[in-house]
Design a binder for this molecule. Structure first.
Ligand code: IVH
Length: 783
């Protein structure tokens, strides 16, 4: 009828889809679409709502962003009290619990228990009326809690509206709000970078986030909710046992724990405790024990309560993940990139079943923030795979002879100077740098610690993959002065190796053979093996794919490196600085001289070549007042940097919708020698690397596949679909997402489904991957 009704219908549809995807993602852990697709749906809904504010509903998924701070939380009375659990600390305690349960239920058939991890977060109550979330509250003292509705609404996996059907008119779901470990680590890492307060553990972080008066802050915290029970139920009924109730709650859209199991005896409970105990470190979240609950509700009722705990449930605790111990000393260790990190030497203490005698203190800023001194009692946390950390000082226990931690001025290994790193930021053609929190030894490969770490990394499986060279052997090679840099490895002989402990004739010649076998590494492996700070395996692959040769990577200007997805300013700076360093250049030269031949593709990656347009180039210069849309118009009007530089006021005036501010700013930018030359250098390098953007549209008419529409479907082995697409486009074809009668050709790899069927139905020609390779080959495109 009207635009508004269309928009309303579309918004309803989008909400339905988004809710469904949220459910699959957060509750079932089975996302159906990639994140980018989800973001598109979400953004479409958000812009519809911006255009038609009347369409916004309080349960719209866009309404999770938080609202203005409130002065304080109002109180909430829990009609059904929120109880706590009795604890068990040993198998005997659990057997006692089970015996009491069975005695009280004497005559009943058997007792089943529901087993679930005890999540380490905070208990909350969610009230749904007619399926709509109307209130979220903390447990408080069990009778009176706080109304945290606006914060609860920002928790992504809490449905604002229940899904499915059959829920009671009033349903109070209870569960735990917690912060998964990964999110917690990221939050703290960011806080460390910004020099703000860190949280000691995920529980504190979750509690601190949920009790924020400004829900916009809560919205940025990675909180999750997991349901484990219920409170008020009116106008409807729930199943007669805990297990089925939770399955229903999951059907209605709430997350329940995927580890939940039903067992039929106390032995089943003990087995579960054992299994989860072994799994504890690999879970994505902290747990502090297991909760066992009698499954049957009639039995629960017959058992009743004692004091503030139900007689039908118990928490069997795990060893704590935090302990107090004494900081006996601080040692500084030197890593591969020269970072000098403080390590706490502790009086050994058992944390979560493992003896801990060292813990990380991260960096000097962290020491300052913690206010920690040698001799202090400190709280240590060890959870999951993360290295144990010092999270807090117990100030009340500080001894009189506590000493402050000295900042090393010299490297503890090689005696070179230690400097603070600088954080370099580039903006609008200018570089600024501020002091970072990391100390670095300037000794580089003259520092034995760095040499050892660099070589250990260089030979590792994902780098050069040199078999038979463990950490101990590398240390000996360096200590015996047989090796001073990775390049020296390629000059080792069997007698050299025989001089080391633990090597015999056979193992020594095997090692030399595996060193030999590694002489022709693929470019990505080699780049990763170099150990450039911040360049992991993925970035190394990206660099290799995009630039095709070590020469190009090492010459690339930081601005050109930043054209790659996922390479930000700091990483670009590290890569550039690495290859700029004379020492590093010498090592690479020596590697070559010693017979290492990097396998290079030579050609510039199609993805990269296709990803850069002249408009991108202009936009990336970050000329003040010249935003993306203006960059597009300038690119169309001028076609090359030279023409843009030569454009005078009148030429620029003629560009559609380019305002005076932008014109002034452009002229200023290109008149200033420094910025003009920088732009020219970047452009020259992009061209040298094979990118040409002059009048790209005009030339496509003469290309062999000009005017044709192609579709790619299924999996391709030789290259990704993006690359195949870029190749086809380079021959002038358009690559479309769906098959129609106008489609010229379909390329179908294994797993092709409906698109292939449609092509066959419409009698559109179909090529397999080899067919595509042949075609590309005929036109001079190699993969
Ligand atoms: S059941 C009446 N199940 O542990 C029983 N509690 O001391 C109510 N908790 O305040 C609790 N995970 O914050 C239950 N799977 C789980 C739990 C759990 C964590 C917390 C909850 C509660 C405390 C009990």
């Amino acid at each position: 009828m009207t635009d508004f009704t269309d928009a309303a219908a579309r918004a309803t549809e989008l909400r339905k889809q988004i809710d469904q995807h949220n459910y699959r993602y957060y509750v079932l852990d089975e996302p159906a679409i990639p994140d980018a697709e989800y973001d598109r749906l979400f953004n479409e809904l958000r812009s519809l709502e911006e255009q038609y504010p009347d369409l916004v509903t309080s349960d719209s998924p866009t309404q999770r962003v938080g609202s203005q701070p409130s002065p304080s939380f109002s109180q909430v009375q829990h009609e059904v009290p929120m109880l706590s659990l009795a604890n068990a600390f040993s198998d005997d305690d659990l057997h006692d619990f089970d015996r009491r349960v069975r005695q009280r239920l004497e005559g009943d058939a058997g007792v089943e228990y529901v087993c679930e991890p005890k999540l380490d977060g905070l208990a909350v109550s969610l009230l749904y009326e007619d399926g709509v979330l109307v209130r979220g509250a903390t447990r408080g003292d069990g009778t009176t809690g706080e109304d945290v509705t606006s914060n609860i609404r920002t928790v992504r996996n809490i449905p604002l509206k229940l899904q499915g059907s059959g829920w009671p008119a009033v349903l109070e779901v209870r569960g735990e709000v917690y912060m998964p470990r990964a999110g917690f680590e990221q939050l703290n890492e960011r806080a460390r970078d910004e020099g703000s307060k860190t949280f000691a553990n995920p529980r504190n972080a979750a509690a601190g986030s949920l009790r924020q008066l400004d829900s916009r802050i809560t919205a940025q915290r990675p909180l999750e909710f997991c349901a484990y029970g219920y409170g008020r139920v009116e106008g409807g009924e729930l199943p007669d046992n805990q297990h089925e109730i939770l399955l229903k709650v999951r059907d209605w859209g709430l997350k329940i724990n995927t580890e939940m199991r039903l067992v039929d005896s106390v032995q089943g409970c003990l087995d579960y405790y054992q299994i989860l105990g072994e799994k504890r470190d690999s879970l994505a979240y902290d747990i502090d024990g297991i909760v066992f609950k009698v499954n049957n509700l009639d039995q629960q009722q017959a058992l009743g309560f004692v004091a503030r705990s139900p007689r039908w449930a118990i928490a069997f605790k795990f060893p704590a993940q935090e302990e107090i111990t004494e900081l006996q000393d601080v040692e500084f260790r030197v890593g591969r990139t020269g970072a000098v990190t403080p390590v706490a030497r502790l009086r050994p203490v058992s944390v979560g079943g493992v003896t801990v005698s060292n813990a990380t203190l991260h960096n000097m800023d962290e020491i300052e923030r913690l206010g920690v001194m040698i001799g202090d009692s400190v709280i240590i946390r060890r959870a999951g795979d993360v290295i144990p950390q010092v999270v807090q000082v117990v100030l009340e226990r500080r001894p009189d002879d506590a000493r402050s931690i000295p900042v090393p001025q010299q490297c503890p290994v090689c005696g070179s100077d230690v400097e603070r790193t600088r954080i370099v930021k580039r903006s609008k053609g200018r570089e600024t740098s501020t002091e970072g929190s990391i100390l670095r030894c300037v000794g580089r490969l003259t520092c034995q610690a760095q040499v050892k770490q660099a070589i250990i990394h260089f030979v590792s499986r994902r780098a050069m993959d040199i078999d038979g060279l463990g950490e101990k052997s590398v240390e000996q090679l360096v200590d015996h002065q047989l090796v001073h840099s990775p390049a020296d490895l390629f000059r080792l002989t069997v007698p050299d190796v025989l001089a080391l402990e633990g090597f015999a004739e056979l193992s020594a010649s095997n090692l030399i053979e595996s060193i030999d076998a590694s002489r022709r590494p693929a470019l990505a492996r080699f780049v990763y093996a170099l150990g450039i700070p911040d360049v992991g395996e993925e970035t190394a692959k990206l660099l290799a794919r995009a630039f095709g040769s070590l020469e190009r990577i090492s010459q690339a200007l930081p601005e050109v490196l930043e054209y790659l997805p996922d390479v930000g300013g700091e990483v670009a700076h590290e890569i550039h600085a690495f290859f700029d360093d004379l020492h590093n250049q010498q090592v690479i030269q020596q590697l070559r001289a010693n017979g290492v031949e990097v396998q290079e593709e030579g050609s510039l990656g199609a993805e990269f070549a296709a990803s850069v347009s002249f408009a991108d180039f202009i936009a990336r210069l970050e000329i003040p007042h010249v935003a993306r849309t203006s960059a597009d118009r300038l690119a169309t009007a001028f076609g090359s940097l030279q023409q843009l530089i030569e454009a005078d006021w009148l030429d620029l005036k003629q560009v559609d919708r380019l305002n005076e501010k932008a014109i002034k700013s452009l002229r200023g930018y290109f008149q200033a020698e420094q910025s003009r030359q920088r732009a020219q250098a970047i452009e020259a390098q992009l061209r040298e690397f094979g990118m040409h953007w002059e009048s790209p549209r005009a030339s496509t008419d003469s290309l062999p596949l000009a005017g044709q529409s192609w579709v790619l479907t299924g999996t391709l082995e030789t290259f990704s679909r993006e690359v195949a697409k870029a190749h086809l486009e380079s021959l002038g074809a358009k690559v479309a997402g769906s098959v129609s009668a106008k489609t010229h050709c379909v390329v179908a790899g294994p797993g092709a489904g409906s698109k292939l069927a449609k092509a066959e139905q419409l009698k559109v020609p179909v090529l397999d991957e080899q067919g595509l390779l042949d075609l590309l080959g005929r036109h001079g495109v190699t993969s």
